[in-house]
Design a protein. Structure first.
Length: 221
């Protein structure tokens, strides 16, 4: 088995708590349409694309909508979301992220972003991390959303490593599945901590040392 030479981080819910802003923006859209949308549906939209998330939100609507109407709704949700993103600052970087990035760089391990979000660069810029990653692969580079492995496969190719040399850090069930389907090890954090097939589990990145991340199975929290 090859050792881990690159770590590919998901963004929303792993690097920054923007997953909460996605929820609030979808909730705002759902309220305007008179559709119930609660926290119990939120885990299902983690990691999946904007249009696929919209389909999940619309499941509880009795109405059928045209593609044009759906595009307008997705655009409106993104406008709500971008408004919420204006408050994002470095203080919203999740626990252990900065320390882990530094520790990985000190080891010479390459780091990448593998996100479904088309807003990934704007978020990384807002928290001051845009220049920290060797590669940023996001929703603008893929044709298929997680749980398809495409975003992680492209990130690994751009980094120049084979899948078994890469470890993915994910907070979404769809993202854990995507990493495993890419043939990579996966550390599941946050909402995905209970995932039965993840390679490793941790409450968040502050619960894992760089040695544990790269070498040893760890459960924490
Ligand atoms: P956008 P990640 C994902 O980001 C979010 O988890 C998911 O909720 C969102 O629908 C998706 O990005 C698309 O985001 O509307 O900004 O393009 O977790 O893969 O970093
Ligand atoms: Mg995520």
């Amino acid at each position: 088995m090859k050792s881990i030479r690159a770590v590919i981080f998901d963004l929303d819910g792993v690097i920054v708590s923007t997953d909460e802003y996605h929820f609030q923006a979808w909730k705002q859209l759902a309220n305007s349409l008179g559709i119930p949308f609660g926290r119990e549906s939120n885990d299902r939209i983690r990691g999946v694309s904007r249009m696929e998330s919209l389909e999940i939100v619309l499941e509880k609507s009795g109405k059928r909508y045209s593609l044009e109407e759906k595009r307008e709704m997705a655009e409106r949700k993104n406008t709500y979301y971008r408004e919420l993103l204006k408050r994002v600052s470095p203080s919203e970087i999740l626990p252990g992220v900065i320390e882990m990035i530094k520790a990985l760089k000190d080891r010479g391990v390459k780091i990448a972003i593998g996100s479904s979000s088309k807003n990934a660069r704007a978020i990384l810029r807002a928290v001051g991390l845009e220049d920290e990653f060797d590669v940023i692969t996001d929703g603008n580079h893929v044709t298929r959303s997680k749980p398809d492995p495409e975003v992680f496969t492209i990130a690994a190719m751009r980094l120049g490593f084979s899948p078994e040399e890469c470890l993915v850090v994910e907070d979404a069930e769809a993202g854990v599945e995507a990493g495993l389907a890419a043939g990579m090890s996966v550390l599941a954090v946050g909402a995905a901590t209970g995932h039965p097939r993840a390679t490793r589990l941790a409450e968040n990145l502050s619960c894992v040392t760089v040695d544990e991340l790269l070498l040893v199975e760890s459960v924490c929290g």
